[in-house]
Design a protein around this ligand. Structure first.
Ligand code: 13P
Ligand code: SF4
Length: 308
């Protein structure tokens, strides 16, 4: 076996170079187990960009997908942001372009646009405010307008529309990974595990959400798993989340609601990619200032919405 593929050596080399470059390694909750294992911090997309902002590191190696690295670049313009695989995109974020959104905006004068963080920087720049799956209802309710337009996820939008006190319209995008989960998959798991509870992400189909005992963001799932008295939990989100759920709750059993809950883009980055990117200091994501400034305004506005 080539020495470069020896996992211990790879990890040591990465840690050495991270120190040399004054860099930190951030990994999204859906990354490969070995990437999460070596990361300085794991978390959700927004939490990680806030970690990056608070950090003294001058280089952020971001293991996630492209829009997430863009969010770090928007919030931390003075830091070098490396995405070890530039082809790791989010198909849902790519379902709406800036041009598409401009056309929708023209059709709805005065209607505020709420952009889920799973959007490109260009789309954020055209939007009035951002939201995450954790604060979407609060963000929508914080707006004065009676009607709100939300992009890009129809499932999250429909979920919010059921709870928020607003008239809602939305773009017809979806996450192909969460969309694959069908009610029949959940019912099968429930039948096999009658005492289990079911928790899912709001990117799931409405019919799946209707079967859930709890609906929350990826960070919300870690909190819920710790607090619930249930010993068996059926999980309706991307399989990468199981790594930490199992590690943090060794007394509980986690069942992935369907084997199809894998986001191929989230699995692209390998330890080899991280090492190579650190050696070459390439694969840099940098949002141009004319997009960064308005996109930051939408993110900042979201951060001003009070939390619980
Ligand atoms: P988070 O915002 O919880 O990190 O989720 C991002 C995502 O891609 C969900 O599919
Ligand atoms: Fe995008 Fe879905 Fe993958 Fe998340 S899981 S990065 S929303 S495709």
């Amino acid at each position: 076996m080539a020495i470069k593929n020896n996992p211990t050596k790879l990890k040591n080399d990465i840690r050495f170079l991270l120190k040399e470059r004054n860099a930190i390694l951030l990994a999204h909750n859906y990354q490969r187990d070995e990437v999460q294992e070596i990361a300085d911090v794991c978390g959700d997309s927004l939490g990680l960009s806030q970690t990056a902002r608070k950090s003294d590191a001058s280089v952020i190696v971001f293991c996630g997908v492209h829009f997430m690295a863009e969010s770090v670049s928007i919030l931390c313009p003075d830091k070098t942001v490396i995405l070890p695989r530039l082809d790791a995109g989010c198909p849902m974020a790519d379902m709406i372009t800036g041009e598409d959104l401009k056309k929708e905006k023209e059709k709805r004068p005065g209607v505020p646009i709420v952009a889920y963080v799973n959007t490109t920087a260009e789309v954020k720049a055209i939007s009035d405010i951002c939201c995450t799956s954790a604060n979407a209802v609060k963000v929508v309710n914080s707006l004065e307008a009676e009607t709100v337009y939300m992009v890009p996820d129809r499932n999250l939008s429909m979920y919010v529309a059921r709870t928020a006190k607003k008239k809602m319209e939305w773009w017809d995008g979806f996450c192909p990974t969460h969309e694959r989960l069908k009610p029949a998959d959940v019912l099968k798991c429930k039948e096999k595990n009658p005492d289990a509870i079911f928790v899912c992400h709001p990117e799931c189909r409405t019919e799946v959400i209707d079967l859930a005992d709890h609906v929350c963001s990826t960070s919300g799932m870690y909190k819920f798993a710790k607090e619930t008295k249930a010993k068996t939990i059926i999980v309706g989100t991307e399989m990468g989340i199981l790594y930490r759920l199992k590690k943090e709750n060794p007394d509980k059993k986690f069942i992935l609601a369907s084997k199809s809950l894998i986001c191929p883009n989230m699995k692209l980055i390998t330890l080899e990619d991280i090492l190579e990117a650190l050696e070459k200091m390439d694969r840099i994501v940098k949002v141009p200032e004319e997009i960064r400034i308005p996109a930051k305004r939408a993110l900042d506005r979201m951060l001003e919405v009070p939390r619980d």
